[in-house]
Design a protein. Structure first.
Length: 68
C-alpha cells in the first residue's frame, strides 16, 4: 500500500518536470510560440515548491491538531 510520504516524494519530481514537458509539447508544432510557453517551464518548479511547502507547513500542523 502506498503511504502519503511515498506519494509526496513521487509527486515532487513529476511536478518539476511537468512544466518542461508541457512547454516542449506546445513549442514543438509552432516555432513562434516560444514567448507564450516560456512561463510554463517555471510553473512545474513552482508547483513542486508549493507541494513541499504545504507538506512541511500545513500537513504536520493539521495532523497534530487532529490528534493522530
Amino acid at each position: 500500500m502506498v503511504e502519503r510520504p511515498d506519494a509526496v516524494l513521487t509527486l515532487i519530481p513529476l511536478l518539476a518536470v511537468s512544466g518542461l514537458a508541457v512547454r516542449t509539447l506546445l513549442a514543438v508544432p509552432s516555432i513562434g510560440s516560444g514567448l507564450f510557453t516560456t512561463p510554463l517551464a517555471a510553473a512545474g518548479y513552482l508547483a513542486a515548491l508549493a507541494l513541499i511547502l504545504v507538506e512541511l507547513l500545513a500537513w504536520p500542523v493539521a495532523q497534530r491538531l487532529s490528534g493522530s
